[in-house]
Design a protein around this ligand. Structure first.
Ligand code: ADP
Ligand code: GN1
Ligand code: MG
Length: 368
C-alpha cells in the first residue's frame, strides 16, 4: 500500500516521466534503510514494462542533483565497459530513466526529489547468504566493480556524504549522540556504549594509513551489503550492483568490510537472538577469495594484509552508527519496530567481538 500523501506526489512525478502505456500497479519495494522505493508496472502495446521509482532521502543526501550526476556518469562509464565485453547493459548496470524534460531526477511541488531506473527483471535480492557460491559470486562482482572503475576520473565525483567511512569522525558523531541523549535512552544501553568507547584506538587505523599514503584511494561503492546486488533468478549468478548513492573515492577495505558484516554473519543484521550471531569463517574466506579474484591482482599487499581490519572497522562503524541513531531517537535509518536500531547495533558489536576472537584465522585466510 502506498500512503495517500505519497500517492498524490507520485502521480505528479509519474506525469513528469510521461512513460508509454497504462500504469497498472505501484507498490513499495525492497528492504533499503534509506530511500523510499516503489515498483511501477505499465501495460504497453509491446507488453508489460516495469520501473523502479525512488524518492531520494534528501535529509541524508543533501545535494540530490550532484548525487544523480554521479550515478549518471558512473553508470554511463560502466555501460561502455559492459558493451565492450559483449554484456547486457540493460541488466548488468542501473539505467537511469529521464523525465519527459530530459532530467535525471524530478523535484515535486512538495520539494521531494525522485528518480527512476529500469526495473531489472528476473532477479533476486538477498538479505542473507543462502549458499556460499552466491556469496563468492557477490565478492567477485564487488571486486570487479572496483576494478572496472579503476580508471574512472575520481575528481569528477561529488562526495555525496562527506566523511562517509571516516571512522574517527563517525566516532566523534557517536560521542556527541551519547552526550545529547536526545531520546533519553542512554541509560538503557550503557553496556553497548562502553563497548563502543572501548574501541576508540582502532578507529583511526585505516584513516592514518591513508593519510600517510600507505593505502591507495580508489573509486569504491561504499555500501556493499548483500542486498545491494541483484542475482539472476535462473542462474543465481551476481548480475548487477545497485544502490550507487555512495560511489565515491574510498578504500577497497571499506567495500570488503561492509560485505563481510552482512554476508559472513550467521544471522540477520537485526537478529534479536544474539546467540545466533557469529562470523562464519568459511564464508569469510570464501568472500576473501572472490573479492581478490574480482580485483584481479589490483590490490596492494598492504591492502590484502589489512582485509581483516577492514571487516572489523566497517562492522564497528556500522554498529556505532546504529547505536547513535537509537540514541538520537531513530532519525536516520528506517525502523520497523521499537528498538530496531539497538538490535542492529548489538549484532554488529557481537560480530566485532567474535572477529577479535577469530582474528588469527581471519589473517591466515588473507595470507592463503
Ligand atoms: P536504499 O538506498 O534504500 O537501500 P536501494 O537503491 O538499495 O535503496 O533499493 C532498495 C531495493 O530496491 C533494493 O534492495 C532492491 O531490492 C530493489 N531495487 C533497486 N533498484 C532496482 C532495480 N533497478 N531493479 C530491481 N530491483 C531494484
Ligand atoms: C544503509 O541504503 P542501504 O540500506 O543499502 C546505509 C549504509 C549502512 C546500511 C546498514 C547511505 O544502506 O551506510 O551500512 O544502511 N546507507 C547510507 O544496513 O547511510
Ligand atoms: Mg540499498
Amino acid at each position: 500500500m502506498v500512503q495517500n500523501s505519497t500517492c498524490e506526489q507520485m502521480n505528479e512525478v509519474i506525469d513528469a516521466y510521461a512513460l508509454e502505456g497504462t500504469l497498472t500497479h505501484q507498490n513499495p519495494h525492497g528492504n533499503g534503510h534509506i530511500n523510499d522505493t516503489f515498483l511501477l508496472t505499465y501495460d504497453t502495446p509491446d507488453g508489460v514494462r516495469k520501473y523502479i521509482l525512488q524518492r531520494m532521502n534528501h535529509t541524508i543526501f543533501k545535494n540530490p542533483q550532484a548525487l544523480m550526476e554521479n550515478i549518471s556518469r558512473v553508470t554511463d562509464y560502466l555501460r561502455q565497459g559492459i558493451i565492450r565485453r559483449g554484456g547486457d547493459s540493460e541488466r548488468e548496470t542501473l539505467n537511469v530513466i529521464r523525465t519527459a524534460g530530459g532530467d535525471s531526477y524530478y523535484q515535486d511541488s512538495a520539494g521531494n526529489y525522485w528518480r527512476m531506473f529500469l526495473f531489472i527483471e528476473d532477479t533476486i535480492c538477498l538479505d542473507q547468504v543462502e549458499n556460499p557460491e552466491e556469496f563468492y559470486d557477490s565478492a567477485v562482482a564487488f571486486g570487479s566493480f572496483q576494478r572496472m572503475l579503476a580508471d574512472y576520473p575520481a575528481h569528477t565525483l561529488h562526495e555525496t556524504i562527506p566523511n562517509f567511512h571516516n571512522t574517527p569522525s563517525r566516532f566523534q558523531d557517536f560521542c556527541k549522540a551519547v552526550k545529547r541523549n536526545a531520546s533519553g535512552r542512554a541509560h538503557l544501553v550503557q553496556q553497548e556504549i562502553d563497548f563502543a568507547l572501548s574501541k576508540e584506538s582502532d578507529t583511526h587505523v585505516l584513516t592514518d594509513l591513508l593519510a600517510r599514503g600507505e593505502l591507495p584511494l580508489r573509486v569504491t561503492h561504499n555500501d556493499t551489503k548483500l542486498n545491494n546486488i541483484l542475482f539472476d533468478r535462473s542462474t543465481r549468478k551476481a548480475l548487477c550492483i545497485i544502490d550507487l548513492d555512495t560511489v565515491m573515492p574510498g578504500l577497497s577495505l571499506y567495500d570488503f568490510g561492509d560485505s563481510i558484516r552482512t554476508g559472513a554473519s550467521t544471522g540477520a543484521e537485526d537478529e534479536q537472538d544474539l546467540s545466533k550471531i557469529e562470523l562464519d569463517l568459511n564464508l569469510y574466506e570464501t568472500f576473501t577469495k572472490g573479492f581478490l579474484a574480482g580485483c584481479q591482482g589490483s590490490l596492494t599487499n598492504r591492502e590484502i594484509e589489512l582485509l581483516p581490519m577492514g571487516a572489523k572497522l566497517m562492522t564497528y562503524e556500522c554498529g556505532i552508527r546504529f547505536l547513535a541513531d537509537y540514541l538520537d531517537g531513530d532519525v536516520y535509518y528506517k525502523i520497523h519496530r521499537e528498538g530496531h536500531n539497538l538490535d542492529r547495533a548489538r549484532t554488529q558489536f557481537k560480530l566485532v567481538a567474535d572477529m577479535e576472537r577469530k582474528w588469527d584465522a581471519m589473517c591466515a585466510a588473507a595470507k592463503r
